[in-house]
Design a protein around this ligand. Structure first.
Ligand code: NAP
Length: 265
């Protein structure tokens, strides 16, 4: 099996990465950074986000596995003391292939349109503080937003930034995107729904900011500063991310363990 490995860069992740490589080569696995079948991340969910962005051009050819150095994560659902168990399963069994929806983002400026893909979410904020932007859903004006920002998340990203904003947790088998507000200001001129909105596949939303506004644009953990943005379109991507599943770990169990605690029921 060909694999690529990315670690968070801290001491523990680097040590685990070396250990994994030793155990994997003893089992006949080959490191292949260019066209791997499996991409492993060692660190946390944030490390899997980095791995996703490193291999997003090959997203239809690779399957991801995440190993967490601390608690169990949402993407990183193997623990640091389970390396041998994971490798043995990789030798002896065929994994299930679980696919999650992604968010497609088109950002149009005067010079053209750039495409982006997010595993967790797209975030829009103004560099100067208050963001003012029109939000359209399926080409119809929906609301005029004024506030700290807008977060549009995937179902698997719904447990990230979206959840801190009071958005709903969505099972990743639902092909949807969720629009959540960051501290909207509501008065007679600017009125927003106030709750998060969930759009199905084949719907889209456009955000039309003031082109003079300097914006912070976040695609998962990556942040860029852009000016002259004419419009931003978000929809559920045609592409999906694939995770190699060697054992079941239901999404709702992950939600319970992360936010409620397994003993709390
Ligand atoms: P970070 O600020 O270092 O860590 C953000 C935290 O979010 C980490 O604990 C990370 O888990 C966790 N996380 C990442 N994806 C998640 C998911 N799908 N469900 C639940 N938790 C998740 O940033 P980072 O590690 O580079 O991750 C970037 C992500 O941080 C963004 O995509 C966004 O979702 C999230 N974020 C959250 C807030 C907020 O809640 N106020 C603000 C900004 C960004 P690990 O510890 O396992 O890596």
């Amino acid at each position: 099996m060909n694999y690529a490995l990315l670690d968070r860069g801290d001491r523990l992740s680097r040590e685990l990465s070396k250990k994994f490589q030793t155990l994997a080569s003893a089992r006949g696995f080959t490191v292949n950074e260019k066209s791997p079948d499996i991409v492993l991340s060692i660190g946390g969910d944030g490390t899997l986000l980095q791995a996703f962005h490193r291999f997003k051009e090959q997203i239809e050819e690779v399957a991801f596995i995440g190993i967490h150095t601390g608690h169990l994560g949402f993407y990183a659902d193997w623990k640091k003391d389970e390396l041998s168990e994971l490798l043995d399963l990789m030798v002896t069994s065929q994994p299930g292939r679980v696919q999650y929806p992604l968010l497609h983002i088109d950002i149009t400026t005067r010079t053209g349109t750039s495409e982006y893909l997010a595993l967790n979410e797209f975030t829009l904020k103004s560099v100067d503080g208050t963001l003012v932007a029109a939000l359209h859903i399926n080409d119809e004006p929906f609301e005029m937003f004024r506030g700290d920002g807008i977060v549009i998340s995937t179902p698997s990203g719904s447990t990230g930034y979206n959840k801190s904003l009071g958005g709903a947790v969505i099972h990743p088998f639902l092909e949807a995107l969720q629009i959540a507000e960051i501290a909207s200001i509501n008065n007679r001129v600017y009125r927003t729904l106030g709750s998060s909105v969930i759009l199905p596949k084949h719907h889209h939303c456009d955000i039309i900011p003031d082109p003079e506004e300097e914006l912070f644009i976040g695609i998962d953990h990556l942040v860029m500063q852009m000016s002259d943005v004419q419009s931003i379109t978000c929809r559920v991507s045609e592409k999906k991310v694939t995770f190699a599943r060697y054992r079941p770990f239901p999404f709702w169990n992950r939600v319970r363990e992360a936010f409620i605690g397994s003993g709390n029921h």
